[in-house]
Design a protein around this ligand. Structure first.
Ligand SMILES: Cc1cc2nc3c(=O)[nH]c(=O)nc-3n(C[C@H](O)[C@H](O)[C@H](O)COP(=O)(O)OP(=O)(O)OC[C@H]3O[C@@H](n4cnc5c(N)ncnc54)[C@H](O)[C@@H]3O)c2cc1C
Ligand code: FES
Length: 278
């Protein structure tokens, strides 16, 4: 009985099949389940990743939802668990619980133009949405991606960004907050890219992820341009422990980010943004 009740908190063992650095402080890993069961997820969902001896953290799934035999995560080493994780290697074992959370509304967005706006590690939870959209390209109108990183060295998925930039059926624009002499691209915050583009007020659905302050200004800017607030979505982060709406760690007024989010429609939470606690 107790074992059954504990089941939602039990991790499944996954073996690291590939492990590589994305930037000086960020790495990705591909994980294979050891229990023989498959894994599927929707873009925007996250897993609780457990490292023996270190602890458990929520991390978005950053891989391709149409190739769901491979589970991919991209992690920035910021604190005790993620720094420990940064020292893992191929064949090490990681515990995985999930997938959890409300995904990006990619199926509901069929027939719309899509604008993806992300900052820093915020590209990781949006990458599965872009894979889905490109896999079903004929179901969408225009696709625009705006990505901002702190410096050129902080930019994620550089080769893939180049491939996306080379496509004729989408537009990708990147910027950095601070550049060195070797950088030939845009310098400025991600919202500084927006005046170059026209957004169809009713047709556009925006998916936004990044630091909370960046999301706040981005969403304000998009709604000033007349895009309906019910077409603006963002992914929120808060400290999590259980990931399943039990412990209350991620409570955000009447929402639990782990089960009511992390993806929210902007009009439902805009009055709460930039609040840290309840
Ligand atoms: C739904 C969700 C998805 C996420 N997806 C990713 C992802 O794909 N890749 C990734 O690198 N990170 C992601 N994160 C953030 C990641 O969970 C935290 O960076 C991680 O928990 C930090 O753990 P730590 O033990 O390494 O750091 P700690 O030692 O706990 O803390 C390091 C610093 O980060 C702060 N911090 C810790 N956790 C959070 C948090 N959740 N929100 C805000 N500040 C925090 C602490 O206050 C401290 O200043 C996600 C978080 C959530 C809630
Ligand atoms: S993390 Fe426990 S309620 Fe959300």
């Amino acid at each position: 009985m107790i074992a059954e009740a504990m089941q939602p908190m039990a991790s499944r063992p996954f073996r690291i099949d590939r492990f590589w650095k994305e930037t000086y402080d960020t790495f990705s890993m591909e994980l294979m389940p050891l229990d023989g069961h498959t894994f599927s997820f929707e873009p925007g969902q996250f897993n609780m990743l457990y490292v023996w001896g270190a602890g458990e953290v929520p991390i978005s799934i950053s891989g391709n939802p149409t190739k769901n035999h491979i589970l991919t995560h991209t992690v920035r080493a910021v604190g005790s668990v993620t720094k420990f994780m940064a020292n893992l290697k191929k064949n090490d074992i990681v515990g995985v619980r999930g997938p959890y959370g409300v995904p990006w509304p990619v199926a509901e967005a069929h027939g719309h133009d899509i604008v993806i706006i992300c900052g820093g590690i915020g590209l990781a939870p949006l990458r599965p949405a872009l894979y889905y959209i490109l896999h079903h390209r004929e179901k969408f109108g225009k696709i625009l991606m705006l990505y901002g990183a702190r410096t050129p060295d902080d930019m994620l998925y550089v080769k893939e960004l180049e491939q996306w930039r080379g496509r004729f059926d989408m537009h990708v624009s990147v910027t950095v907050d601070r550049a060195d002499a070797s950088w030939r691209g845009n310098v400025g915050v991600v919202t500084s890219l927006m005046p170059r583009f026209h957004f169809d007020r009713e047709m556009t659905i925006a998916l936004v992820c990044g630091p909370e302050i960046m999301m706040r200004y981005t969403l304000l800017e998009l709604s000033k341009r007349g895009i309906m607030e019910e077409n603006l979505y963002l992914s929120m982060e808060r400290n999590m422990k259980c990931g399943i709406g039990v412990c209350g760690h991620c409570q955000f007024r009447h929402f639990f980010i782990c089960k009511d989010g992390p993806v929210f429609r902007y009009d439902r939470i805009k009055h709460l943004m930039l609040r840290r606690e309840l």
